[in-house]
Design a protein around this ligand. Structure first.
Ligand SMILES: Nc1ncnc2c1ncn2[C@@H]1O[C@H](COP(=O)(O)OP(=O)(O)OP(=O)(O)O)[C@@H](O)[C@H]1O
Length: 342
């Protein structure tokens, strides 16, 4: 459905010497500096997938999306969307895609939402009966009913995003590109938007490419993620694999009936925190298990309560952004923890 092959974008940034002389010189003999933004990125996306595209600020996400949507022409490599070149065939391509840029609106600022949506429907030649049917559906799933008469300029951020999604999907595109669709929204609106995206994907088989810094979006919506770092793709695969690979640490906390002094640290566990009768340990689950660690503690002291904490995705992704994938060579285990007294 989407094929990116060695996709590369190098921006040309004009350079000029300081002052008026520099400006005049630049006018007659412009000089440019090359700024590589995306380098040799290849991937394919199958129909009906929801793919999360993540990376730090400036990693090259928006540039990639702009090439996929046909807004930008790649410097090298090629992209095919539904068999077309999205830039050369941009009119045909536009019928099959929808794009939401979280911080920009594609709607008419002064028009009431219903007028904006009607315009979009006409532009895309959505048949009247289908338009009405979709409007009823969106009114319910995106809770748009009370917004239809309000101009975009008077809407809150969350209302605007719901309106934006309706406008993007009213022509039932086969692919939607969502760039930060939940940015700045409160948790409730985020949840509503995620549920809507999920529903559109499940019911219509719409393919979704999602760039976001919100890992809640990724966790709720994407089975597969692409990670871009400094313009290069460093990971393409299941979210579950990343979690497995990087989420090998668990935290376990014990509340004990007596003071902890003199307790031996279980094999494969590290001390995180210790209070009088409370102990937090971290262990690598590829080396030991929660039951072994807790058995080792329970054999030494009466335990009143215990809790196990799963690694959270934001910690894992931070580790990857900090170079974790580059250092993560298969077969290399973390250094073993030597048994010691707590
Ligand atoms: N029009 C442009 N001209 C020159 N350089 C650009 C242009 N657009 C982006 N860049 C640079 O290209 C690199 C990639 O930018 P891009 O916007 O694709 O990153 P991003 O991953 O989307 O970042 P963010 O998460 O902040 O949106 C950055 O170094 C950016 O400064």
């Amino acid at each position: 459905m989407i094929q990116a092959e060695n996709l590369t974008k190098v921006y040309k940034i004009p350079e000029k010497d300081p002052g008026v002389a520099g400006a005049v010189k630049a006018l007659f003999r412009p000089r440019y500096k090359a700024k590589p933004a995306v380098t040799d990125v290849s991937f394919t996306v199958e129909p009906g997938e929801i793919v999360g595209y993540i990376g730090v600020n400036g990693a090259g996400k928006s540039t990639t999306i702009k090439m996929l949507t046909g807004i930008l022409v790649p410097t090298a490599g090629q992209v095919r969307v539904l068999g077309r070149d999205p830039h050369r065939d941009r009119v045909a391509n536009a019928r099959d895609i929808g794009v939401v840029f979280g911080q920009r609106t594609q709607l008419w600022w002064d028009l009431a939402l219903i007028e904006s949506l009607t315009m979009v429907g006409r532009i895309y030649e959505v048949p009247d009966a289908r338009f009405k049917q979709l409007m009823d559906e969106f009114a319910e799933t995106l809770e748009l009913k009370e917004l239809l008469k309000i101009p975009i300029r008077n809407m809150s951020l969350g209302q605007k995003m719901r309106a934006e999604l309706a406008a993007t999907l009213i022509h039932e595109p086969r692919i939607v590109y969502l760039d930060e669709p939940t940015i700045g929204l409160d948790l409730l609106v985020k949840e509503r938007i995620r549920a809507f995206i999920k529903r559109v994907n499940q019911e219509n088989g719409t393919t979704v490419i999602l760039t976001t810094h919100d890992l809640g979006d990724i966790e709720e919506l994407c089975k597969r993620v692409l990670i871009i770092d400094n313009g290069a793709l460093i990971y393409d695969g299941p979210l579950a694999t990343i979690k497995d690979r990087f989420g090998k640490y668990r935290e376990i906390t014990f509340e004990t009936a007596a003071d902890l002094n003199g307790l031996a640290l279980p094999d494969g566990a590290e001390l995180l925190e210790k209070e009088e009768r409370k102990l937090s340990l971290r262990f690598d689950r590829t080396q030991t298990s929660a039951s072994r660690v807790s058995a080792a503690i329970m054999s030494q002291i009466e335990v009143l309560d215990l809790s196990l904490k799963e690694p959270d995705l934001s910690m894992i992704v931070k580790q990857i952004y900090l170079g974790g994938l580059k250092n993560d060579k298969p077969g290399v285990e973390s250094s073993p923890v030597i048994s010691q007294a707590i």
